[in-house]
Design a protein around this ligand. Sequence first.
Ligand code: C2E
Ligand code: CA
Ligand code: CA
Length: 736
Amino acid sequence: MAEGPLPYLQIVALIAAIGLSWLFWRLVSRRREQEDLLMGQIREREARLNLALWGSGDEFWDWNIRDNSLYRLGANQLFGQGSLETMSTDEWRNNSVHPDDLPRVQKLLQEHIVGHAEIYDSEHRIRGASGDWVWVRSRGKVVERDESGSPLRMAGTARDITAIRRAERERRVALEVLRSMSEAVAVIDLDFCFISVNPSFSRITGYSEEEVTGQNSNMLDSSQHSPDFYRRVRDILERTGHWAGEMWQRRKDDEEFLGWIEMSEVRDSLGMRSHFVAVVNDITDKKRAEQELRYLANYDTLTGLPNRALLSERLGRAIIRARRQETRVAVLFLDLDRFKDINDSLGHAAGDRLLKAAAARLQSTVSASDTVARLGGDEFTVVLEDVESLVAVERMARDILTAFSTPLEVDERHDVSITPSLGISLYPDHALVPTDLLKYADTAMYQAKAEGRNTYQIYNETMDAEARQRAAIISALRKALERGEFRLVYQPRMSLADGSITGVEALLRWNSADLGEITPTVFIPLAEESGLIVSIGEWVLGEACRQLKAWRLQGLTEICVGVNVSVLQLLRGNLVGYLKRLLEATELPADRIELELTESMVMQNAEQTTAVLNELRRLGVSLAIDDFGTGYSSLVYLKRLPIDTLKIDKEFIDDLTRDADDEAITSTIVTMGHSLGLTVIAEGVENEDQLNFLRQQGCDEIQGHWLSRPIDGDRCLAFIRAWRPDLLLPAVKVAS
Ligand code: C2E
Ligand code: CA
Ligand code: CA
């Protein structure tokens, strides 16, 4: 009986227990499976989130407000590997956020939490992985609150915006630079339409930004260039991506301006050309100033004629053409005769007007295609091209001389007669380069002056040697005074009436350290030409007076000294004032000084010199006309001049007793001189025959080698002291 239903029940219970535990196990394992699945899904999501955060460069943050912890995800890029994924809020506050930004961040958080702001949105700096500050934009919101509404959790994202902010700042700076630039800047698209322009663009062109945006940039094309020019520029720009150069542009008001323009392509990040930028500088004023400068550099301001620089350039081009076409070029060098004297007497303003009138006269004489230039002073040059023959050039030279035979009008009241001297050189006959042609024409011009002025000369080689010689002498002359190279010698003159020595003529000698002894007939004309005669003449006067004074102290009181004076000393320099001071300083009686002036010089400048001669006369000095008979003076003129003495030129004395004409001339001069109350002196008396003839004609005094050569001061004193008219000169004795 004991084995009845009990075992059965036990079995059932066992089975039930097994079943239950299996069920339980199943339940647990199912639960675990589900949990695993869930966890897997979460992990997967987290991985995806991580991936998404990595892809976007953002971090995800989750702030548990209750326990003050901050969970951050995907922050590796921002904060580097190994950065804390969880940190306390305190840590975040103290170490992570830039202290300067913290108050602002906290305020923004606060505003969102209390509900003033829909979301929390802040830009601030946090410390990055390398310790540098990184700009982030952080956005988030409260995601969980308790029943009372207090926030429990807040979550959001943060993004590194350092690069964006830098780019933004750069863009702002660039924009500011663009706005403040004085150059016009325009951005144009690949069809050359304006996209944007800066304020300077509007200032320079007159168009506002709205007016040009979308318009083709050819709206600024000017008529100064052909449409072809602009096409070419755009072509180059399209091919090379760059163009720079000067370009005329038209403003809104239709005025044109010259721009210096630089255009460059702009490429996008893929390297594709996206548009062009044009920078425009208005250089109209600069150009104008440049042109003015160029004008000043190339033209003579007084006459408006090309100057030496432009002349050389044109002559150079003429030579190149002539070489190609096998023609000739002529250079005419023109210098106005005695311009300096006129300039000095009329004043510089009138002198300038005279130069202008001369320039106009010259220009109207030659043809328009010939270049007339002013080289400076009173020097002009004419360049003739396509010259057929020398005859044609000479014809032109004569035309110019004829043109100047009509007086030039200086102003309403004054007409001035002035003649030119012309020198001519030819390419390729005389020289092949401009400088030589000019030099040779200049040389020939000097020759024309030497031939008596108001004429022309064609260059030949002997002239060149002469010109060089002359230049060497002039440059040595400039140094002669300060080097003390001058000295005076004295030639006595004798009275034919009683054989006494009446005076001496001071004659200048120059022993140049560079060139040796040079005779006055060579250097005096050059001293006159160069103007050096004024200071040299003053030295002569001073030295002659010093010598006379020394002689007087040695008892020689009766003689006078003749000093040669160049007409330039009368016209320029202050001869009267200088002599006056000299006489006062040396205490010499004025009538012991006799100034000798050549006849031709006095006659050529009669009006101007007469005034000075009268003043000299009032001073008390005597005046002599030198070389008398060689010029063309009329008696009428002689009468008007305040002179005392005539010196018959040696030329007539030479042939006395041989040439009847010279005898006739000499006796006429003596008679004529006496009729005017003048003392007559014969120069260059070399023998007794001449002396006898002169004595017979009643000539007053003689001078010449027969009596004495010019000798130095000491010897002259000895000569005069030893002179015994009664013993040594029978012929004179007869006369006396
Ligand atoms: P000039 O005033 O007619 O001077 C006379 C010249 O004839 C002097 O020449 C003199 O040496 C020369 N002579 C005098 N007697 C005879 C003679 O019997 N036979 C010959 N064959 N010659 C004689 P020099 O000294 O060579 O002077 C030449 C000219 O230079 C002068 O001619 C004068 O015009 C000028 N000259 C000389 N010294 C001066 C000066 O200090 N100032 C200026 N402005 N000219 C001067
Ligand atoms: Ca003389
Ligand atoms: Ca003389």
